[in-house]
Design a protein. Structure first.
Lengths: 255, 362
């Protein structure tokens, strides 16, 4: 069943996208490979706060530079992702520590195999893992936003070489405004689907609304979604500022 | 003028957090604030991979914040491991929901009070949205509120025992119409985007049901949330339908907006050159949209992988037995994204070009 669907996707990507569809397939496989390797290393007890940032850098490199070519646009987008993620990870560390939302949530913890047969003494810091999970799940959307902003401003700069940095910055913000609306929707619906099962489960197991509101499982899901949106929002001004600065610099050199 | 508005937002945000932090009086369940914590090492157990897991015991003094015993001191106990896989550490000033034991001198912690943090995060997102996208931000929030309303209504109907798939069909259509109307305004290109999203959704659900019925039924009991629900197939189908909707609408709206922009500048464009530009735009968003979905789905599976792989379940067994539905969902959504490109080009260029011809005739 999975192979059949994968085949459909592969054929569609190639027929619709042609050569660039093929490179999208490669990037997709590369990303899945990096994710799998990350899981393997984490499971063998390597420190999560070392492994996950390295994985994030590798994924950004693959998606931005390998898939879309190494140029001013992708390099600036890469820098944006790095800055946003570094700033955000400090906040996420504090948040995870404060909200006790790491580890298995109420539903995962009462699965039969986990509850009765498995040891839960993993000797892996689940708090660090939780920080990594939030960063990784926001990564795709942040790369998308950053690249859209930097390539749009770059296009503007190609056609209008006479503008100054603040004008480039403003056009970057304008583009960001246009895409944020749909990005927010993409993320909201991606999590809304899953939450349907979650609420059905909690309701079935007699959770009161108060317990639901404060449960770890609800917090984990909503926090990941809200932080993903926040990361995208932050990346708009950062990307606009960085690309305006780079484009301006290049313009001065050309003179 | 603008400054004043932001200070007002900030004050409102702080007031909201303050309100939620002191809303214990709204709760039926006893709420207590931890005032003193004593943490001691309580022992070492042998953990995974032959390593040692340190355990700690916490003895806490807390004050009840609501109910008949408001103001009383109670004693709480908690044990946690260094990894904090299924337990957690509590800190001074944490508020917890508890159930009182016996005469009400001791209590068991049910869960941490997390509503404050939810409110703080939500407020932060709203403020950033308004700060960065200004007027569009208001529209985005309005879309969000309306969609949550639709979702809530749908879920209530489901709880009343209505068929989940019928509700979801209705919800999906309402979501598409409201979201695209809010994003794009009332125009022909909105109509094109709605129609394209609808066609793509119908297509991927057809593929989904065809594949699911033809191949052996997957084992729902191994799935994370589905294992204990009565009708897992229906809930899963509903989830697949909703999860990809955002991404499909994103593609549809991007293409229809771009093509209508093109036609406005050059109304005499041929179908072929329209198709070519549409494809060009499609390429640009296709790869990144799929990776957005990959990371939202993939990273949430990490904790579940970690616990099983440290209990002699191999990586491949995990993939084969525990996450096939997640993989199916991801593949279906990705197919939706890619299929949305030619479908929206076709529909938008038919609908939008006709308008061009008509205005020429006048």
């Amino acid at each position: 069943m999975i192979w059949f669907l994968a085949l459909i996707l592969f054929v569609l990507l190639i027929t619709v996208g042609g050569e660039r569809g093929a490179s999208a397939v490669l990037a997709l496989c590369g990303n899945i490979g990096v994710l799998a390797l990350t899981v393997l290393l984490l499971a063998s007890g390597k420190p999560p706060l070392l492994i996950i940032p390295v994985a994030a850098v590798l994924i950004s490199y693959l998606t931005l530079m390998k898939q879309n070519g190494s140029n001013l646009k992708t390099k600036t987008a890469f820098l944006t992702v790095a800055v946003v993620m570094a700033v955000l990870s400090v906040g996420i560390c504090v948040g995870v520590w404060k909200t006790g939302s790491a580890g298995l949530n109420e539903i995962q913890a009462v699965q039969e195999d986990v509850q009765f047969y498995y040891t839960t003494d993993l000797v892996i810091s689940m708090q660090q893992v939780a920080v990594g999970v939030v960063l990784l799940s926001a990564l795709g959307a942040v790369m998308d936003t950053a690249l859209s902003v930097t390539s749009a401003v770059y296009e503007v700069a190609v056609h209008r070489k006479d503008l100054d940095r603040s004008a480039y910055f403003r056009s970057g913000i304008e583009v960001g405004k246009e895409i944020i609306g749909t990005t927010v929707n993409t993320l909201v619906f991606a999590y809304l689907g899953e939450s349907l099962m979650l609420f059905a489960y909690l309701e079935k197991n007699g959770y009161s609304p108060e317990m639901m509101l404060n449960s770890k499982v609800l917090f984990q899901n909503i926090a990941v979604m809200l932080l993903g949106i926040t990361a995208c929002l932050l990346s708009v001004p950062v990307a606009a500022y960085l690309v305006a600065w780079k484009v301006g610099q290049k313009g001065e050199e050309d003179k | 003028m603008f400054r004043k508005k932001y200070i007002f937002f900030l004050l409102f945000y702080l007031a909201l957090i303050l309100f939620v932090a002191t809303d214990a009086w709204l709760y039926q369940i006893p709420v207590a604030r931890i005032q003193k914590v004593r943490t001691e090492e309580s022992g070492v157990k042998s953990g995974a991979r032959g390593e040692k897991e340190q355990y700690y015991e916490q003895t806490m003094e807390a004050k009840l914040l609501n109910g008949d015993q408001k103001g009383d001191k109670i004693l709480l106990k908690n044990e946690y491991s260094a990894s904090q896989v299924i337990n957690q550490k509590y800190h001074k000033w944490d508020q917890v929901l508890v159930s009182l034991n016996g005469e009400g001198k001791t209590a068991t912690i049910k869960t941490l009070k997390r509503d404050v943090y939810l409110a703080a995060l939500f407020g932060l997102m709203v403020i950033l949205l308004l700060l960065i996208t200004k007027k569009q931000g208001v529209l985005t929030i309005a879309t969000l509120v309306v969609n949550l309303g639709i979702y809530g209504a749908g879920f209530t109907l489901y709880l009343q025992g209505k068929d989940i798939l019928k509700i979801c069909n209705l919800m999906a259509i309402l979501f598409m119409v409201t979201t695209l109307l809010f994003l794009n305004g009332f125009s022909r290109k909105t109509f094109a985007a709605v129609l394209s999203s609808f066609c793509v959704l119908a297509l991927i659900m057809a593929i989904f049901f065809a594949v699911m019925n033809r191949v052996a039924e997957p084992d729902y009991s191994a799935m994370e949330y589905l294992g204990t629900i009565e009708n897992p197939e229906d809930i899963f189908a509903a989830e697949v339908m909703l999860a990809g909707l955002g991404a499909i609408m994103d593609v549809a709206v991007t293409i229809s907006a771009a093509l209508s922009e093109l036609l406005e500048k050059k109304p005499d464009l041929t179908f072929r050159s329209l198709f070519r530009s549409g494809r060009e735009i499609g390429y640009d968003i296709m790869g990144t949209m799929i990776s957005v979905l990959l990371f939202t789905f993939g990273s949430s599976l990490i904790p579940s992988f970690l616990i099983r792989m440290n209990n002699e379940v191999s990586f491949l067994t995990m993939v084969r037995l525990h996450i096939p539905l997640e993989i199916v969902e991801f593949l279906i959504e990705s197919i939706g994204i890619v299929a949305a490109i030619p479908i929206s080009i076709l529909i938008s260029s038919c609908l939008l070009r006709r308008r061009g011809r008509r205005s020429e005739a006048i």
